[in-house]
Design a protein around this ligand. Structure first.
Ligand SMILES: Cc1cc2nc3c(=O)[nH]c(=O)nc-3n(C[C@H](O)[C@H](O)[C@H](O)COP(=O)(O)OP(=O)(O)OC[C@H]3O[C@@H](n4cnc5c(N)ncnc54)[C@H](O)[C@@H]3O)c2cc1C
Length: 72
């Protein structure tokens, strides 16, 4: 059975994920695809032997938004 989507989003990184969230909240349907076997793109991290490993390089989110980063 064919299914229709309003948007095909290539890449499940932060841009694709945020676009899909915003579009879905606005009532549009989205199909997100990625060539990697996980979501999150370059900000992806995984726990290896109890250590959070940033697979594609270290990432620290810089923001003054206290909701996102309560320690600020
Ligand atoms: C080493 C490193 C450190 C960084 N550190 C920071 C930091 O500390 N703070 C910060 O704010 N930012 C940092 N950045 C930047 C941050 O990673 C990017 O701004 C952000 O991840 C970009 O998100 P994006 O969704 O645009 O792209 P990406 O995260 O690159 O996601 C794109 C996705 O699209 C997929 N894709 C691409 N082409 C295709 C295709 N043809 N078919 C299917 N899938 C495809 C990829 O597999 C990937 O998953 C860093 C970047 C790097 C490389």
């Amino acid at each position: 059975m064919k299914r229709h989507y309003d948007f095909l989003i290539v890449g499940a990184g932060i841009f694709g994920a945020v676009f899909a969230r915003e579009a879905t909240d606005a009532g549009r349907s989205c199909l997100v695809i990625d060539r990697r076997p996980h979501i999150a793109g370059n900000i992806y991290s995984e726990t290896v032997e109890g250590i959070e490993v940033h697979r594609y390089g270290a990432h620290i989110f810089h923001t003054s938004n206290s909701t996102i980063s309560p320690s600020i």
